[in-house]
Design a protein around this ligand. Structure first.
Ligand code: DSN
Length: 427
C-alpha cells in the first residue's frame, strides 16, 4: 500500500528530530524497538499497538489542557479535544454496550481507584481475589491504597481444580457482607462467570465491579461472557488484549455516572491526557472491526495450542489448561523456579514473567510458575504452526542441563521465527 503523505512527511522527521535533540534518548528508544523486534513476547498483559494508535499518542494533543468534561471545561480552546473525547466515549459505549463511559483514567489502577472512591467510604468492606491466586494489586493488597483504605476480604482458587469456586465465594460474601465485590483477574486462565458474581452481589446487597483488563479484547470480540450487562461498574486497561495505548477506562450504569465522573475529575486527576484519549478513540474503532475479532479468535486458538503442547511436554498448567489468552505454568514438577524459567527463556529470546501459582510456597520474587500469554505474538502474526515451534523451544529451554551450544541453537530458532513476521517495519 502507498505510504500516506502524513506518514511520509512526519515519521522520518519525528525520528530525526529526536535523534538530533536528544541522541541519548533516541538511542534507548531504538534499542527498545530492536528488543521488541528481536524477542518472542509472551507476557500475557502486553501487546503491540497499531500504527494508528501510535500516531494519535504521539500527536499535538499532548499540548492541550482540558480539565473537566466535553462541553464543561476549565480551559479555552477545547473545541477539538471535546470532539475527540466524545468520539472516544461514543465508540467505547458502542463497543461494549455500556450505559456510561469515562475515558479519562490514566491507567487501570486509577480506574479501580475511582470506582472505589465513587462507591465506598473509607473502611468499607470489599471482597476480591487474592493477588497470589491471580488477583491484582488494586484488589486489596495490604500495601496498595486498596488494602490501606478499605477493609479487604478475599477469595481464592479451589486447591484441587485451580478454578474459582463460586459456592465458596458466595459463602464468604454472606459471612463478610462487603459493600463491593470485585471480579476479574490478572492471571486466571479460565472464563469467569460474571452473571454468577452478579447474583452473589445482589444476594448480599453489594455492588459488583468487574476488572476486565486482561480480557477486554476477548469481551469486545464476543469470546468471553460479557461483564458489562450484569455489573454495576466495569474497569479496564486499554493496552492488553484490547491493543490500544497504555491507559484505563471506566464503564458503568447511568445511575453511577455522576459519582464516577466526579471521582475521576476532580477527585483523583487533573488534566486528562488528550493524546492518549485520542489513541483510545482509535483503539475502540479498530476493536470494532472484523480483523480485530479474527485476531482475538486466533489469540485464543494460539493459547490453546501452546497450552496443549506444553502439557504434552510435561509442564503442569494451573486448572489444567486455558479458555482465554493466557496460561499459568506450575514448574514445581520439573524442578525449576519461576525466576529461573524467566531467565532461561530470556537467554534464548523469549519474554515471560515469573508468577506465583495458587498456594505457592515460594515468595513473589522467586515463584513456582510463569505466566504465558499469546496476545502479542498473535498480533505479530503467529498462528498454530508458530505456536508449536514456540512450545518446542520453551520445552527445550526449560529442560535439564541445557548447554551453551543448545541455547545458541534455540536462539537461532527464535530468530528464524521472528524474521518471517517483521514488527513495525515503517519505524
Ligand atoms: N501488571 C498487569 C499484568 O501484568 O497483568 C496488571 O495490571
Amino acid at each position: 500500500m502507498a505510504r500516506s503523505k502524513v506518514e511520509a512527511k512526519t515519521q522520518p522527521e519525528f525520528r530525526s528530530r529526536l535523534k538530533e535533540a536528544d541522541p541519548e534518548l533516541a538511542g534507548l528508544l531504538k534499542k527498545e524497538l530492536a528488543r521488541q523486534r528481536g524477542t518472542i513476547e509472551l507476557i500475557a498483559s502486553e501487546n503491540f499497538t497499531s500504527r494508528a494508535v501510535l500516531e494519535a499518542a504521539a500527536s499535538v494533543l499532548t499540548n492541550k489542557y482540558a480539565e473537566g468534561y466535553p462541553g464543561a471545561r476549565y480551559y479555552g480552546g477545547c473545541e477539538f479535544v471535546d470532539e475527540v473525547e466524545t468520539l472516544a466515549i461514543d465508540r467505547c459505549q458502542q463497543l461494549f454496550g455500556a450505559e456510561h463511559v469515562n475515558v479519562q483514567p490514566h491507567s487501570g489502577s486509577t480506574a479501580n481507584q475511582a470506582v472505589y472512591f465513587a462507591e465506598l467510604a473509607m473502611g468499607d468492606a470489599i471482597l476480591a481475589m487474592k493477588l497470589d491466586h491471580g488477583g491484582h494489586l488494586t484488589h486489596g493488597l495490604k500495601v496498595n491504597f486498596s488494602g490501606r483504605f478499605y477493609h479487604v476480604h478475599s477469595y481464592g482458587l479451589d486447591k484441587e481444580t485451580g478454578r474459582l469456586d463460586y459456592d465458596d465465594i458466595e459463602e464468604i460474601a454472606r459471612e463478610r457482607q462487603p459493600q463491593l465485590i470485585v471480579a476479574g483477574a490478572s492471571a486466571y486462565p479460565r472464563s469467569i462467570d460474571f452473571a454468577r458474581f452478579a447474583g452473589i452481589a445482589r444476594s448480599v446487597g453489594a455492588r459488583l465491579m468487574v476488572d476486565m483488563a486482561h480480557i477486554a479484547g476477548l469481551v469486545a470480540a464476543g469470546l468471553h461472557p460479557d461483564p458489562v450487562a450484569v455489573s454495576d461498574y466495569v474497569t479496564t486497561t486499554t493496552h492488553k488484549t484490547l491493543a490500544g495505548p497504555r491507559s484505563g477506562v471506566i464503564l458503568c450504569k447511568q445511575k453511577f455516572a455522576r459519582n464516577v465522573d466526579k471521582a475521576v475529575f476532580p477527585g483523583l486527576q487533573g488534566g486528562p491526557l488528550m493524546h492518549i484519549i485520542a489513541a483510545k478513540a482509535a483503539c475502540f474503532k479498530l476493536a470494532g472491526t472484523e480483523e480485530f475479532r479474527q485476531r482475538q479468535k486466533q489469540t485464543v486458538v494460539n493459547a490453546a495450542v501452546l497450552a496443549g503442547r506444553l502439557q504434552e511436554g510435561g509442564i503442569q498448567l494451573v486448572s489444567g489448561g486455558t479458555d482465554n489468552h493466557l496460561m499459568l505454568a506450575d514448574l514445581t514438577d520439573i524442578g525449576i523456579t519461576g525466576i529461573e524459567a524467566e531467565n532461561r527463556l530470556e537467554e534464548v529470546g523469549i519474554t515471560v514473567n515469573k508468577n506465583s501459582v495458587p498456594f505457592d510456597p515460594l515468595p513473589p520474587t522467586v515463584t513456582s510458575g510463569v505466566r504465558i500469554g499469546t496476545p502479542a505474538v498473535t498480533t505479530r502474526g503467529f498462528r498454530e504452526a508458530e505456536m508449536e515451534e514456540v512450545a518446542a523451544i520453551i520445552l527445550a529451554a526449560l529442560g535439564q542441563r541445557v548447554t551453551t551450544a543448545e541455547k545458541k541453537r534455540l536462539r537461532r530458532r527464535v530468530n528464524e521465527l521472528l524474521a518471517a513476521f517483521p514488527l513495525y517495519p515503517h519505524l
